[in-house]
Ligand binder design. Sequence first.
Ligand code: AMP
Length: 415
Amino acid sequence: MNILVLNCGSSSVKFQLIETDIDLIEKNADKRLAGGVLERVIGQAIISVQVEGQSKIKSAEPLRDHRAGIDWILKWITSPESKIKNIKSLNDIHAVGHRVVHGGERFTMSALINDDVIREIEDSIELAPLHNPANLKGIQGARELLGPKIPQVAVFDTSFHSTMPETSYLYAIPYQLYRRHKIRRYGFHGTSHRYVSYRYRNLVGKKLEETNIVTVHLGNGCSACAIKNGESFDTSMGFTPLEGLVMGTRGGDIDPSVIEFIRNKEGMTVREIDTMLNKQSGLLGLSGLTNDMRDLVDEEKENNDRRAHLAIEIFVQRVKKYIGAYLAEMGGADAIIFTGGIGENSSIIRERICRGLDWFGLNIDKEKNDTMVCGKEGEISNPKSKLKAFVIPTNEELLIARDTVRTVKNVPRRW
Ligand code: AMP
């Protein structure tokens, strides 16, 4: 089946066209046919697309909204100009998989989209006001453009973490707040943690229920996940993606009393402080320079920049803290998995995170670590290391495409 994967953000639409099916999943032989990004879909959109890994076009188009963006994608995919193998018309697109950020407590698995599912995603808007409305615009746009015959599937960032026990997901605040308003930890990046956990199992030949690992997704957003017996046991993001690790522009863990204090001292509204914690904090806030780890590493090395150094050190220490906590919570683990832009590409940051973890039996092989970049997948610990470390590039779009096929063919899986 040819699956169109859509990831609609507040101002962007990312897409991939993936050929996959139950037998191709078994053989790990799915194929990415095309992909691209439409930035600023409300206005003058900047579009870049690739076919089979080759960059095709970069252009600017005036677009009105997400629906217009999806319309552009469908027209381009089916045009002779794109030259995508076996795609001649809309009939060659067999299903659509949508990334949906928040599934609340309701969606523990990916779901075939119908009116009820849409209503329930709408109900989760108050839990993810920044993300779910854009995801819904994508779903509605694709339904209008492709009609009811093309099945559409919602794949949620939160579903993988639905196995967390109460001891992990409840905040220690009055219990009735959970009862009344579902205030609890949900966790995000579930598709990524789930995908790398699946790849790890395949690489080392372990069964699902034998999989005990800590996965660390370090990109612009960052989260760690304790995976016990193959299921999410704990994760660092909480009620929203703001909790936990230091990220590009999000600060992660903070004492909530700071919010009232800032409000009084700076005369900011709670909404402004929330924006500051989401958009002006983390690596950007600490360094005062950038949210991009590459630039911070360069600044630290070339200009000895004190704040860049500080931002990196705080980032690294927080990751270490969560790894240590999860190893303690789980009673040990077999491996730590690095993924995400930083986790996949920065051997320096990985090395700094792993420094001192020899206490847990982790020993990094410097050469393997230095070469495991740019999409390479494999072990970076030395053979004697009791606790292993791996780099596994994430592929959320592939998992969304696979879940779409499984859901449409009624062989759904949560892991
Ligand atoms: P993602 O959100 O997973 O796409 O990751 C994006 C982040 O990965 C960027 O903000 C960069 O800071 C980081 N990144 C990508 N390549 C490198 C690298 N070679 N060294 C350090 N950070 C990197």
